[in-house]
Design a protein around this ligand. Sequence first.
Ligand SMILES: O=C(O)CCC(=O)C(=O)O
Ligand SMILES: [Fe+2]
Length: 496
Amino acid sequence: MPPKRPQKGYEYQSDSSSDSSPPSPPAPPTDAEIYAEQLRTASNPNGTRTSTRVKKINTSRFPGLNKLFFSETESTDRRLRKVHSNPNVYVIDKFLTNIELDHIAARCDLQIPKVQPAAVVQPALLVVQPKEETVEEEQQPEPVMAPVAVPAPVVVEPHPVPEPAPAPVAVAVAMPIEPQPPQPQPVATMPPQPMQMPNPVPQPLPLPQEPQPPIQPSIQPYQLNTAQPPALPVAAATKPKKPRKKKQKKAAAPDEFGIRLAAALNASPIKSIPPVVPEPVVQIHQPVTQFYVPGSPPKQPSEPLTSPYLPSTSSPAKLTPKKLKKFKKSYTDDSTTLTRNDDDTNRTSTFTYFTKMEDSKIAAIEEKAASYCGTTIERVEPLQVVKYKPGQFFGAHHDTGVLFDDGSVEFPANPPRRVCTFFVYLNDVPSNSGGSTRFPLLKNEDGTVLEVQPVKGSAVLWSNITKEGDVDPLTVHEGVAITKGNKYGMNIWVTD
Ligand SMILES: O=C(O)CCC(=O)C(=O)O
Ligand SMILES: [Fe+2]
């Protein structure tokens, strides 16, 4: 019997060591193509499904993922707003900070208005308003991602409107490092949710240090046996901690506070401002010398795996590309011929990639996604930024395999496979302009299809696999065509 025609492809992982997306044909074969060829000859010589050779994912290696997606008990993580059960789909409001959003927009030259500060504060005002500080300087309270339960369906035009400026004095004392304009919640068209936490008082806005769920004991999927640690990007290397100051009651140094606030407000031309975003602590457990070609299958099943995604260069300069990202035409791979399909009518959007741990902010985002899943940064693919112009879309597909006409999904035989997806919205898209992320097989209680409308900075999060470690065909999804304006998003894929 001839193999079933694959309906939709997905793109294999690209070369993480390059700054941009893979080249268009007739370029020499990319890692993805080489991987596809290896896969074809190794386990799929006739172009048929590979499923009989597929290794399940051992979900016990992902305790964080188990808690989020497969546990009988509800997650108590208040940052997560569940918009569908079984399979669980969550929205994380304000997954990215405004600083992270602005950084991505700048690096990718996205036409997104800069985040508006909540108030325009003259830095001079800050000098005369010393701040009583009773907490340790570096020990910021764990910011809570103010979970504001919004009864759904909600028809909200997600246009952030800057709040009227509060009195400068109040701002000087209570102003967070990063001002956050009010943001509407991503709208999932589902029946009303029980209120998770009433939010009667203004929440302290999150500081640049994002809340991190406790990182699970190291999983160490990749046994890296070498002597020579690579020089990691400055920001990615674990830094020795400065001795902490004891609690003391003191007036905040107006200079420092003013400068940091000014930096956050973008109100200062000062060049050498102290970093606003703390250096992320990237957990690299073992030194790395051997690098696995992205996307290529492991050589021997018994052979220890190396991380497919860690940077392969020891030069921090090479890890900090100055070039702006360029968006390339998206492609998908056909599972029957395992060739790249550039003319895929199922996907008209374009994409580009960040280099793995390209800079401290990118590394922090990777780390944030990993920690939600109770895993470490090694498992996070290079971040992929996607762009939709009016009329563009990404039809129904699965992030972990090829969706067939009969609704089944072929699971790639070997790691790295995309265990879960964070799709982050980089701009707002009003609900009357299309552009939602739609899950055609997931229904709300009222029978309507689950759709999540883009709200800047929020992320929708789902698992691509089942509790048993097989592909979950229910998490097929699509990027609905946007009718007006552009849509920008970012895929964060955590792999096995
Ligand atoms: O654009 C969206 O809403 C979803 C995009 C997506 O699923 C993908 O890029 O894999
Ligand atoms: Fe997707």
